[in-house]
Design a protein around this ligand. Structure first.
Ligand SMILES: Cc1cc2nc3c(=O)[nH]c(=O)nc-3n(C[C@H](O)[C@H](O)[C@H](O)COP(=O)(O)OP(=O)(O)OC[C@H]3O[C@@H](n4cnc5c(N)ncnc54)[C@H](O)[C@@H]3O)c2cc1C
Length: 416
C-alpha cells in the first residue's frame, strides 16, 4: 500500500485543526509564533520527530554563528507570544545567557539552539491551542471540494486542516562528485555534519591523515579552520588539500544601511580567519600554507587536479552545498474518490506559497490553496540595492519574512 493510499484507509482516528506545521526547527518555531500572534485562537498541530531545535540543535551546536548575537535576541523578542514566554521565564535562561554576550559579535550556535528549545517548550506550556506531535508527517492530500488538507502522521493517525506549512529543512549534499566515483582508490568520505563538530572530527581521522576539503563556502572554511587547529594540537602530521573553484573568496560587506552578499558571503570569525590566512595575497606567507595545499579547480583543470591529488588523500570532506530534505508525499484528491494524484509543487519564493500545473491545463500555474513553506528549505528570494539576488537564510531572516507573510497566509485560502 502506498503512503497516499493510507489516507483513505477506514477505521483510523480522524480529527481536524486550523493549521498543521511540519518541522520543529527555527523556521517552524517562527511560523508557530507568528500564527499565534495573528490568530491566537486557532488550533494548531505542530509535528517534529524530536523538537530539538532542528539541525541547529542536532548538528550545528559547535559551529560559530555567522550572525550577531543581537539578531537571536531580536528573533525572541519581536513577536508578542514569544515575549510572553520570556516574561514568565526564570533567569538564568537561554535569553539571559545570550544577553551576557557581546551583542554585535557572533557566538556558538549552542546558544541559539538553547533559545529555540526554551521557546518551543514555552509554546506548549503557554498556548494550549498548539498541540505537539512527536513523529513524521508522511503524506498530505488536498481536496478541492472541501478546501482541506488531509495528512497522515507516523502512526497512521489522520488529521485535516485548511492550512499546511512545510518547514522541513535542508541537509548537506552527500552525492559523490563524479570524479570520486571513478577513482580506483577512493579516500574515505567524512560527512560534513561530522566535520562541523570539532569534538568529533579528530576521532574520525588518524594523526597523519591527508584530508581533501572540497568547497569554498562558510562550511568549507569552517572545516579548514578546524583541521588547521588540529595540526597545532593532536594531529601535527595532518595535511590538507583544499580544492576551490574560486581564486577570490566572497565576503559579506557592510554598505550604507545594508549588507552586500549578506547570504552568500563569509562573515564573522570565519571571514576574519579567511582574510588573514587564505586570501591570495596572504596565503603563501601564512602559517596555514605549511599544512594546507590549495588547488584551483576551474572547469578546464578540475578533473586533472582531482585525478592527480585525490588518490594520495586518506579522507575527503565535501562542503558543496545543502539540499532540501525529502518532503511528505503530496497529492490531490480526485473527484471519483480513487487514489490521489501526486501533486507537483513549485515554491513561490516571494510569498512562501506554492503553485502547480496540471497536465493539459491551459490556464498555466495555479496557487495551491493553504500550502505554505518557510525556512532553509523554502527561503525568501531577496534582491539587494545592486541587483544581486540571493535566498535569505537565518533565524532573523526567517522571522522578518514570516512577520510579513503569515498575515497574508491566514487571509488567503481560496484558489487564485
Ligand atoms: C553550517 C550552518 C551554519 C548556520 N549558521 C547560522 C547562523 O549563524 N545564524 C543563523 O541565523 N542561521 C544559521 N544557519 C541557517 C539556519 O538558521 C539553519 O540552517 C536552520 O537549521 C534552518 O532551520 P529550519 O527550521 O528551516 O530547518 P531545520 O533546522 O533543518 O529543521 C527542520 C525540521 O523539520 C523536521 N522534519 C523534516 N521533515 C519532517 C516531516 N515529514 N515530519 C515532521 N518533521 C519533519 C526535521 O526533523 C527538523 O527537525 C546555518 C546553517 C548552516 C548549514
Amino acid at each position: 500500500m502506498t503512503v497516499l493510499q493510507t489516507i483513505t484507509r477506514p477505521g483510523t482516528k480522524h480529527r481536524s485543526v486550523d493549521t498543521i506545521i511540519v518541522g520543529g526547527g527555527p523556521s517552524g518555531l517562527a511560523v508557530v509564533g507568528n500564527l499565534l500572534e495573528q490568530r491566537p485562537r486557532d488550533r494548531m498541530l505542530w509535528v517534529d520527530p524530536s523538537f530539538k531545535a532542528g539541525r541547529v540543535g542536532d548538528q550545528y551546536r559547535e559551529v560559530p554563528s555567522n550572525t550577531k548575537v543581537g539578531l537571536f535576541i531580536n528573533f525572541a523578542t519581536t513577536i508578542a507570544p514569544f515575549r510572553q514566554i520570556l516574561e514568565s521565564s526564570q533567569e538564568p535562561d537561554a535569553v539571559s545567557a545570550l544577553r551576557k554576550l557581546p551583542q554585535d559579535q557572533g557566538c556558538e550556535l549552542n546558544y541559539a539552539a538553547d533559545l529555540c528549545l526554551m521557546l518551543t517548550e514555552g509554546v506548549f506550556r503557554h498556548f494550549n491551542n498548539v498541540e505537539q506531535y512527536y513523529g513524521k508527517l508522511k503524506a498530505a492530500t488536498f481536496d478541492q471540494q472541501t478546501s482541506l488538507w488531509t495528512a497522515v502522521l507516523n502512526d497512521d493517525e489522520i488529521i485535516s486542516a485548511p492550512k499546511l506549512v512545510l518547514c522541513t529543512g535542508s541537509s548537506p549534499v552527500t552525492n559523490l562528485l563524479p570524479v570520486l566515483a571513478t577513482l580506483s582508490k577512493r579516500p574515505q568520505m567524512i560527512h560534513l555534519d561530522t566535520a562541523l563538530k570539532p569534538s568529533l572530527l579528530p576521532k574520525s581521522i588518524e594523526s597523519d591523515a591527508t584530508v581533501a576539503v572540497i568547497g569554498a563556502s562558510h562550511s568549507a572554511i569552517l572545516v579548514l579552520m578546524t583541521l588547521y587547529e588540529l595540526t597545532k594540537t593532536t594531529h601535527p602530521n595532518l595535511r590538507i588539500k583544499w580544492f576551490t573553484r574560486y581564486k577570490e573568496l566572497r565576503y559579506a560587506k557592510c554598505m550604507d544601511g545594508w549588507i552586500l552578499y549578506d547570504n552568500t558571503g563569509l562573515k564573522g570569525q570565519v571571514a576574519q580567519w579567511a582574510r588573514e590566512n587564505l586570501n591570495a595575497e596572504v596565503f603563501d606567507k601564512s602559517p596555514v600554507s605549511k599544512v594546507i595545499s590549495r588547488f584551483w579547480t576551474a572547469p578546464d583543470v578540475e578533473e586533472q587536479h582531482y585525478q592527480a591529488e585525490l588518490p594520495s588523500c586518506t579522507h575527503v570532506i565535501q562542503a558543496i552545498g545543502y539540499k532540501r530534505d525529502a518532503l511528505p508525499a503530496l497529492g490531490l484528491a480526485t473527484s471519483t474518490g480513487a487514489r490521489p494524484e501526486p501533486l507537483t509543487i513549485q515554491h513561490d519564493d516571494l510569498t512562501g506559497r506554492f503553485f502547480t500545473k496540471s497536465a493539459g491545463d491551459s490556464t498555466g500555474l495555479r496557487y495551491i490553496p493553504g500550502l505554505f513553506g518557510a525556512g532553509i528549505a523554502f527561503p525568501e528570494r531577496v534582491t539587494d540595492p545592486m541587483g544581486n539576488v540571493e535566498h535569505a537564510v537565518g533565524f532573523w531572516k526567517f522571522m522578518r519574512f514570516l512577520k510579513q507573510a503569515v498575515p497574508e497566509w491566514v487571509g488567503t485560502s481560496k484558489i487564485v
